[in-house]
Each structure stands twice: as structure tokens, then as C-alpha cells.
Design a protein around this ligand. Structure first.
Ligand SMILES: Cc1cc2nc3c(=O)[nH]c(=O)nc-3n(C[C@H](O)[C@H](O)[C@H](O)COP(=O)(O)OP(=O)(O)OC[C@H]3O[C@@H](n4cnc5c(N)ncnc54)[C@H](O)[C@@H]3O)c2cc1C
Length: 473
């Protein structure tokens, strides 16, 4: 028998399950349709497992230099199966937590493949959802007043570069490796590629990153990508930039060989494995979009600022709509969509206040415009920069590379962007996010007394440096 709901969410990833919780808090009868596992990419193939591996890599590399801290250990070894076991345990614990939250919120979860069918009985618009149940039981039919599409994304490859899961991997397969390769070529020096480069270098793998753009992390501030490349190079990572990988040259023997066109010359590279990290594509196939008026552009679902598609009762959020493909973005888009459905008049998300983080070693984090973007937009800017090498807490940690950079509008002191590279900056960037939300000026950030000794002093000093008033430089 068909089940009726106020809201059915297609996809139980970070965007979908968070939207469901807010919907239940607002009294909406809600169901989630999930073909895989609740928690989606972030929990099972993204944020959490990759950060668990990064943390093991960090502990391994810290243990190897423990003498610097006056701590003597025996020979430091690496048990990669244990590393994977720890990662899986963390994922399982969080997965149990999400399942508990669904029960607590009385959210019905249908394990199966959801598809938008046709008109719902409540309106002449498309909306009915059929669920092909994973259990093989008869299809369930759900009749919602509203739908949120939160089907996420999956890794892309280069045309002609086939992912075989053995020699040529994406992050999906790399997360499941049971042993480390001796060497790896990483195609793509974006966020995911750089996190893997840093982690694998710490684990002792010989890493070569091949990037199409003229610098790694091409969407970050130029000074941040330059510093990241310099610091990773010091740790043994090889970078090849302005390089076009030629998929047709792939040869697989006991190793994988591939060539790239680098400044008009073809160069060959060889490693045990190739990790392809060239971006992601939206999961829009097979979900019944053809039964609706929903529009896509470059594969991504188009919405207004409350995430309504062309069918006003069908919303779309998260990776499937493109933009900033981040877990915290997906969940806040989900919350905004649900509050709109519930008539709560939410404010549209201001994407210039969203923090972006890179969890490599060193970490990097940013909010707002890069210096290049600010100039392109015609702002007259002033900048303040402060290095961690003079911050006491950074020296105490033994991690004093990197800096904080603040960009402000010279004409009215508006904060335009904050960029950081160095220890624990992913935990510090929220101060800059809050400053953007509250429309604080660099003077106000600098006037906020940052406790001593903390890494956050670098933010206060960088803010004061915008007007040439940093104390310790
Ligand atoms: C290696 C890696 C590391 C990352 N690290 C970070 C990070 O540190 N921080 C960060 O913010 N972001 C990170 N991300 C990005 C983050 O994972 C995504 O932005 C986030 O998961 C998007 O959430 P979503 O809900 O839109 O989609 P997803 O999490 O992809 O969830 C979509 C869900 O929909 C389900 N689904 C799809 N189609 C159907 C269907 N027809 N019927 C039923 N179910 C369906 C899928 O099974 C999936 O569970 C990382 C991504 C990767 C790959």
C-alpha cells in the first residue's frame, strides 16, 4: 500500500539525513530513501574515513620524530591493516549514531533505490516515489507532499582512463586498500589529491602529483598553494604542474605507466598505482528526472536560493546541485530547504561565509575571496599576513610552518577573505567564518583579545597586520 508523507528525501547522505532530522523537529512526517548506507559519501567514502587515515599518518610521522620532543621509542612500525581497522571502527560508530538519530526522530528509512515517478495524489505535479527495495521485496510506493533530492555525487575519471580498482583507483577504492603501494601517481592536485598526497607521503609512499593547472589547489589563494607545494615537496612529494595526462598512453604491467604532455613535451611516469582525483559528478541518472520539469546544467540540478527546482515542491541539495561540494554545505542546504518547506522563511545561505578546509599536513583553510578573486572583482585591497614561526604555541607543537593571511577592502575595511596554512587551521577557520557572518572588520578581529599561548594569536596578529599594527613582526 502506498505510504503518504509530508517529505520524502532521496538519499541519506550528510545532506539528506540532516534535512530529515530538521524536518522531524519541525513536525513533518518524513521518510528517507537510501540505496546504500545512511551517512553517504562523507561518512563511508569521504570526510571521515580519509581523516581517520590522515590522523594515523600524522601519528606515524610524529612518532618517527619523537626524539625531537625528548621522547625515545623503540623502532616505529606501521601496521596498515590496524590503520584500516581503526578507520572502519570510527565509521561504524558514527553510522550507528546516524541510525539512532533516525529512530529518535521517527524518520522512516527505506533501504532501496528511489525514483520519482509521476503525479502525486496531492497535486497534479510529479512527486510519487517508487522504491526498489534492496531486500528484493515488492517495490514501495511513497506519496509525498514534498521531495528533496539529495543523491550526491561520485568520482569522475578522465575520458578514456578506466578505473579498474586495482592499478587505477579513485578515492573510493583507495580507502579500501589493504596494503600500501610503494609508489603512486596522483592525477589531480585538488583538495582530495593533496590530502592523499600528504597522507601517503607520511606513510612512506613515493608520491608524484600530476596537475593540469599551473599550480596545485588552483581554487585556493595563490600564496597558499605555493606554500603547500613547497612544504609537501620538502616531505618528498614530486609535483608536475601544467601537465595534461594522456589516458591513451596507460600501460599496465606489474606497474602502471602513463604519460603527460608537459609544456609541449611528452613525459612518462611510472608507479605501482594511479589515483585519479579529478573531481566528481552528480548522481542524477535513474532517479526519474525525465518525469519532471527539473533542469540540469553540466549534469547538476538547477535550483533557486531555497533549493526549489522547476517543480516547486521538489527541492535538491548537496553535491547533486554542484557548487561547493562539502558536507557542511550539503547539510545547511538541507536545513534551509526543509525550513522553506515548513514555511519558516529561512535566510538564503551566504556562500561567501562558508569555510573550506584541507586536512593535509600542513592543513589549509579559507573563507571568502582569494587575493586574485578580490582583485578580479575590482576591490582595492589591503592584506595582513602573520607567520606561525613566531607563535609560541606553534613552536611548542613543533609545527611552525605556514601563515594566516587576511584580505580587506581598503575603502571600507570590509573583510573579504581569510586564508590559513599551518597547524590546526581547520579548527581555527570558524573564527573567520563568524567574523564574515557578523560583518566584522580586521580591526574588530584584532581588537578581540586572543589568549596566549594559542595558535589563534596568528589570526589576531594577521588582522592587526592589515593596518601595519602587528606586534610580533
Ligand atoms: C575522499 C573524499 C573526502 C572528502 N572530505 C570532505 C571533508 O573533509 N569535508 C567536507 O566537508 N566534505 C568532504 N568531502 C565531500 C563530502 O563527502 C560531500 O560533499 C558530501 O558527502 C555531500 O553530501 P550529499 O548528502 O550531497 O551526498 P552524499 O553524501 O553523496 O549522499 C548521497 C546519498 O544518496 C544515495 N543515493 C543516490 N542515489 C540514490 C537513489 N536513487 N535512491 C536512494 N539513494 C540514493 C547514495 O547512496 C548516498 O548515500 C569529501 C569527499 C570525498 C570523496
Amino acid at each position: 500500500m502506498a505510504q503518504e508523507y509530508d517529505l520524502v528525501i532521496l538519499g541519506g547522505g550528510t545532506g539528506g539525513y540532516v534535512a530529515a532530522i530538521r524536518a522531524s523537529q519541525l513536525g513533518l512526517k518524513t521518510a528517507i530513501v537510501e540505496k546504500g548506507k545512511l551517512g553517504g559519501t562523507c561518512l563511508h567514502k569521504g570526510c571521515i574515513p580519509s581523516k581517520a587515515l590522515l590522523r594515523s599518518a600524522e601519528v606515524y610521522s610524529t612518532a618517527k620524530k619523537s626524539e625531537e620532543f625528548g621522547v625515545t621509542t623503540g623502532e616505529v612500525g606501521l601496521n596498515f591493516l590496524k590503520v584500516q581497522e581503526r578507520k572502519d571502527k570510527i565509521v561504524e560508530q558514527l553510522h550507528n549514531g546516524v541510525q539512532f538519530l533516525m529512530k529518535k526522530g521517527k524518520i522512516d528509512v527505506y533501504q532501496g533505490l528511489g525514483r520519482i515517478l509521476g503525479p502525486s495524489i496531492f497535486s497534479p505535479m510529479p512527486g510519487t516515489i517508487s522504491v526498489e527495495m534492496n531486500s528484493g521485496e515488492e517495490n514501495e510506493m511513497l506519496i509525498p507532499k514534498n521531495v528533496i533530492i539529495a543523491t550526491g555525487s561520485r568520482p569522475r575519471s578522465l575520458p578514456g582512463l578506466e578505473i579498474d580498482g586495482q592499478k587505477v583507483l579513485t578515492s573510493d577504492e583507495a580507502l579500501q586498500m589493504t596494503e600500501l603501494p610503494k609508489s603512486i601517481i596522483i592525477v589531480g592536485g585538488g583538495v582530495i589529491g593533496i590530502e592523499w598526497a600528504s597522507m601517503l607521503a607520511d606513510f612512506g609512499v613515493e608520491v608524484t602529483v600530476i596537475e593540469y593547472a599551473d599550480r596545485i589547489l588552483p581554487t585556493e589563494d595563490k600564496e597558499i598553494s605555493k606554500e603547500m607545494q613547497r612544504l609537501l615537496k620538502k616531505r618528498g612529494v614530486t609535483f608536475v604542474t601544467s601537465a595534461k595526462v594522456l589516458p591513451e598512453t596507460l600501460e599496465k604491467t606489474d606497474k602502471a605507466r602513463i604519460s603527460a604532455e608537459v609544456k609541449n613535451e611528452v613525459q612518462a611516469y611510472e608507479a605501482e598505482k594511479i589515483l585519479v582525483s579529478v573531481g566528481r559528478m552528480a548522481n542524477t541518472e535513474g532517479i526519474g528526472l525525465q518525469n519532471t520539469e527539473i533542469q540540469t546544467e553540466k549534469g547538476y540540478i538547477q535550483t533557486n536560493s531555497f533549493y526549489q527546482t522547476k517543480e516547486s515542491h521538489i527541492y535538491a541539495i548537496g553535491d547533486v546541485i554542484g557548487g561547493l561540494q562539502l558536507a557542511h554545505v550539503a547539510s545547511h542546504e538541507g536545513i534551509t530547504a526543509v525550513e522553506h518547506i515548513a514555511g519558516k522563511n529561512p535566510a538564503p545561505i551566504d556562500y561567501t561565509t562558508i569555510s573550506k578546509c584541507i586536512y593535509s599536513s600542513p592543513e589549509a583553510a579559507s573563507v571568502g575571496l582569494t587575493e586574485e578573486e578580490a582583485k578580479e572583482k575590482g576591490f582595492k585591497i589591503k592584506t595582513g599576513k602573520f607567520a606561525f614561526k613566531v607563535i609560541g604555541k606553534a613552536l611548542v607543537y613543533g609545527e611552525s610552518d605556514g601563515f594566516v593571511k587576511i584580505i580587506a577592502n581598503e575603502e571600507n575595511d570590509d573583510l573579504l577573505g581569510v586564508h590559513m596554512i599551518g597547524p590546526h587551521v581547520t579548527d581555527m577557520i570558524s573564527e573567520a567564518g563568524l567574523a564574515k557572518v557578523l560583518d566584522a572588520t580586521p580591526w574588530e578581529i584584532g581588537h578581540t583579545i586572543h589568549p596566549h599561548p594559542t595558535l589563534s594569536e596568528a589570526i589576531g596578529e594577521a588582522a592587526q597586520a592589515v593596518d601595519g599594527l602587528a606586534i610580533h613582526s
